[in-house]
Write a protein that binds this ligand. Structure first.
Ligand SMILES: *[C@@H]1O[C@H](CO)[C@@H](O)[C@H](O)[C@H]1NC(C)=O
Ligand SMILES: *[C@@H]1O[C@H](CO)[C@@H](O)[C@H](O)[C@H]1NC(C)=O
Length: 213
């Protein structure tokens, strides 16, 4: 007899499979429209499957080096960019607008979203004192620009597992904790310039399997 637990696990595996198929077919479509000078870069060493790498990197095959114990084109580690930057097709990212209201102190309104639904948030030059926890309501956020605000602590971003870009420059951050970036394996671009950083916990930027940093 098949017990309930087994069925649940099978359903889960099926769902994960569906999500992966969706992501894969979606990226294949993106591939076709993409700038001809790039290829879709996939390697076991890096979890992000968003990345397009310049063709020039593929030609530097003799410079293949080990990254995270895998043989990869390290040129891509430095030069790959997400498909929504490289692709010629427009509006690949929806925009989430932050507005002050509601019980979270903020509401998010999505525009320009389609079936792919990856999002960016631009909320620069505002008066933000902390990163709103409402961000965790949308797990498809890939870019955040909170530069030129009054943020003192980096909190509430650990839930954003596929975050690619985080701009926190021109804020008031003084301390970096070693738990903050641990789960953000997709993080490729992090701008912490023009803060008041005085203390960085040990291993804050140490390598996590699958991460680019
Ligand atoms: C981050 O924001 C600042 C200020 O808005 C801007 O000057 C800087 O270029 C941005 N950083 C990146 C990596 O885009
Ligand atoms: C994180 O930093 C604390 C000190 O603030 C330290 O005790 C701890 O060992 C660090 N964790 C890791 C994984 O290095």
């Amino acid at each position: 007899m098949v017990d309930f637990g087994t069925i649940l696990i099978m359903v889960e595996i099926f769902l994960v499979f569906c999500v992966q198929m969706f992501t894969a077919s979606h990226l294949k479509e993106v591939d076709k429209e993409t700038h001809p000078g790039y290829f879709h870069w996939r390697t076991d060493a890096v979890v992000s499957n968003f990345l397009m790498c310049p063709d020039a990197c593929a030609h530097t095959i003799t410079f293949r080096r080990s990254f995270a114990g895998n043989n990869v084109v390290t040129c891509c580690v430095a030069n790959a960019q997400p498909f929504w930057i490289i692709s010629k097709s427009k509006n690949l990212l929806g925009v989430l607008h932050l507005k002050t209201a509601g019980k979270y102190g903020f509401v998010m309104e999505a525009t320009g979203a389609d079936v792919m639904s990856y999002y960016k948030i631009d909320f620069k030059q505002e008066n933000l004192k902390e990163i709103p926890d409402i961000l965790c309501k949308n797990k498809k956020i890939v870019e955040i620009d909170f530069s030129e605000n009054q943020i003192e602590n980096i909190a509430n971003i650990e839930c954003l597992h596929i975050l690619d870009t985080l701009n926190l420059s021109f804020n008031r951050i003084s301390k970096l904790k070693n738990t903050t970036f641990r789960v953000l394996k997709y993080l490729r671009l992090l701008d912490l310039s023009y803060n008041k950083i005085q203390f960085i916990e040990p291993n804050t930027f140490s390598y996590r399997p699958g991460s680019l940093m």
